[in-house]
Design a protein around this ligand. Structure first.
Ligand SMILES: [Zn+2]
Length: 108
C-alpha cells in the first residue's frame, strides 16, 4: 500500500487502473481526468511523403526540395515527440495510485 500525499493514509489507496476498471460506465463520464490516456493513431505517411518528395526534388536539383526535406524532417520529429509523450503519459497512468478517501491520484 502506498501513502496518499494529501491525507497521509494508506488504507484506501489502490492502483488507478484497478479503480478505473471497476467504475461503472456512467460514473466514468464524471471523472474524465482519471481515464487512461489514449494513444492516437498517428499518420506517418504524409510527413514521410513530404520528405521523400523533398529528396526527389533535391536529386533533380530543384531548390524546393530543401523546403520539402526541412518541412518533412520537422514534421517527423514533432510527430515522434508527440508519440513519445503519449506513451509516457500512458506508462505513468499504469503506475499511478488512487486514494478512495480524498479522490486524489498520484505517482508513488
Ligand atoms: Zn488521500
Amino acid at each position: 500500500m502506498y501513502i496518499c500525499p494529501v491525507c497521509k493514509r494508506s488504507d484506501r489507496t489502490t492502483a488507478l487502473s484497478t479503480y478505473w476498471r471497476a467504475l461503472p460506465a456512467d460514473r466514468r463520464a464524471g471523472v474524465p481526468h482519471l481515464a487512461r490516456p489514449a494513444l492516437h493513431d498517428e499518420r506517418w505517411a504524409a510527413p514521410l511523403g513530404l520528405l521523400t518528395l523533398g529528396c526527389a526534388l533535391l536529386l533533380s536539383e530543384a531548390w524546393l526540395g530543401l523546403v520539402g526535406v526541412a518541412g518533412g524532417g520537422v514534421w517527423l520529429v514533432s510527430l515522434r515527440d508527440k508519440v513519445t509523450h503519449a506513451a509516457r503519459c500512458r506508462a505513468d497512468w499504469h503506475r499511478k495510485q488512487f486514494c478512495r478517501r480524498c479522490h486524489h491520484d498520484f505517482l508513488p
